[in-house]
Design a protein around this ligand. Structure first.
Ligand code: ASP
Ligand code: CP
Length: 467
């Protein structure tokens, strides 16, 4: 399938083969940048950065200029008509009529999807709230590959603010798909969100295990409370061991350590940022002197604050400035293919782990809202054009996943739109976990946020209601 005119909102918009093809093109771009200068002549890229950025914005802009294209830019919501109450959809339609491609960074989760839905031109997500940052993942994977390491079988530890860091959210899905083994080392209270973990184990067929046997002091310092994610490439590796030990895991060595900063700007207003900072794990030379880190690539999407000491900069294991530098060839390759200026050959994907589950869609006005207050579907309140939309990812327990931000919810009450003989007195609602509820076809399913909501819509409780 061609990449021309496609958007990149989440890392799962690209198959493993497409990622490989982009990497080969990035190699070509890096080898002979001067030869690329005519590729995007006459094309305009709109660069909309409604959150701070150095690397992503400037490498996209540098990339477009190197391809011979031009750039228009907006960097402040306050200086755009969004500040006057314009919807993201209207902005997208308008910018899509000025530019051939849009790159957007926005503080709301799902904002890039809305832009992609309305712009009529390819849209690239340059970071939407805590949700995803797929082009950073391309830079990360490309760096690992350039260091001669395979992602399949890679042992990588994700470090820091796993709750709010959008880079790790995109990265983890790609790592899972390519078959890496991932260890989590969050700061206290900054664990990987449950919906991400659930998705890894249900859709990427990974196995999540909690590490035990924290015997050694160093192990405890590195991974005080942890979970290990086992990839599909070795599903039985740990299942055979009664106790999963961090010590045992570490002995095998860590190929990459992916450090992230505390995302202060995304902490809930009630969070004690100082407390989070105090407990935040720091990576320094001392920590990395163990044998298990001898060949570890030290990675960071940057900007770095205090979580990775400057003494590491001269260390040959440090990769973070390379990750940033690869942003230009990677983004050149991406712009060129999405704009149809370059065709790529997609390698055959024998080993692809991309989940291909076609979950039914739920889109009704029945009172359910995405539980994530920072989701674009809850934020675009002035202009109610976004209807909450979910995928029904499980019936037992009933689980709806927001199509904008991927947060999940478990509604407690449901009904069928095919109520018995269409008689109003048969308009009944049921507990979502009742035997009857499971029999409702997805296309007939109505879910309610509460019993009050069901009653407000003239449904009466059935006998399938749990007290
Ligand atoms: N620059 C990355 C991002 O925008 C990482 C960070 O800011 O910590 O997500
Ligand atoms: N890595 C990254 O996205 O950097 P910026 O926030 O500076 O763009």
């Amino acid at each position: 399938m061609s990449l021309t005119n496609r958007s990149l909102v989440t890392i799962d918009d690209l198959s493993d083969g497409e990622i490989e093809a982009l990497f080969s093109l990035a190699d070509e771009m890096a080898e002979s940048p001067a030869d690329q200068a005519g590729l995007c002549q006459g094309k305009i890229m709109a660069s909309l950065f409604f959150e701070p950025s150095t690397r992503t914005r400037l490498s996209f802009e540098a990339g477009m200029l190197r391809l011979g294209g031009r750039v228009i830019t907006a960097v402040d919501i306050g200086a755009s008509s969004l500040a006057k109450g314009e919807s993201i959809a209207d902005m997208a339609r308008v910018v899509g009529s000025y530019a051939d491609i849009i790159v957007i960074r926005h503080p709301w989760e799902g904002a890039a999807r809305v832009v992609a839905d309305y712009a009529g031109v390819p849209v690239i997500n340059a970071g939407d709230g805590s949700h995803e940052h797929p082009t950073q993942t391309l830079c990360d994977l490309y760096t690992i590959r350039k260091e001669g390491r395979a992602i399949k079988g890679l042992r990588i530890a994700l470090w820091g603010d796993l709750k709010h860091g959008r880079t790790v959210h995109s990265l983890i899905y790609a790592l899972a798909r390519f078959g890496a083994t991932i260890l989590f080392r969050p700061g206290p209270g900054l664990e990987m969100p449950k919906h991400v973990l659930t998705r890894l184990s249900t859709e990427y067929k990974g196995e999540l295990k909690t590490c035990r046997n924290l015997n050694q002091e160093l192990d405890r310092k590195l991974f005080p409370v942890d979970a290990i994610y086992v990839t599909p490439s070795s599903p039985h590796q740990l299942a055979m061991l009664p106790d999963i030990s961090v010590g045992v895991e570490l002995k095998a060595g860590i190929d990459a350590l992916y450090v992230t900063r505390l995302q202060k700007e995304r902490q809930a207003p009630t969070a004690e940022v100082q407390e989070l900072e105090k407990g935040y794990p720091v990576v320094d030379k001392k920590l990395l002197k163990g044998k298990e880190f001898a060949k570890t690539l030290v990675m960071h999407p940057l900007p770095r604050v205090d979580e990775l000491t400057h003494e590491m900069d001269a260390d040959p294991r440090s990769m973070y400035f390379k990750q940033a530098a690869y942003g230009v060839p990677i983004r050149m390759a991406l712009l060129a293919v999405l704009l149809g200026a370059k065709e790529v050959t997609i390698p055959k994907e024998e080993d692809s782990f991309i989940p291909k589950i076609d979950h039914p869609v739920y889109k009704r006005d029945s009172g359910v809202k995405c539980p994530n207050t920072n989701c674009v579907s809850n934020q675009e309140t002035e202009v109610r054009y976004i209807k909450p939309e979910f995928r029904i990812v499980s019936r037992q327990p009933l689980t709806l996943r927001c199509i904008y931000c991927d947060h999940e919810m478990h509604p407690q009450y449901v009904a069928s739109s095919e109520w018995h003989q269409r008689k109003l007195e048969n308009k009944k609602y049921h507990s979502a976990d009742s035997h009857f509820a499971h029999k409702i076809k997805p296309e007939n399913l109505i879910v309610f946020a509460s019993e009050d909501e069901a009653r407000a819509q003239q449904f009466k409780p059935s006998s399938h209601i749990r007290p």
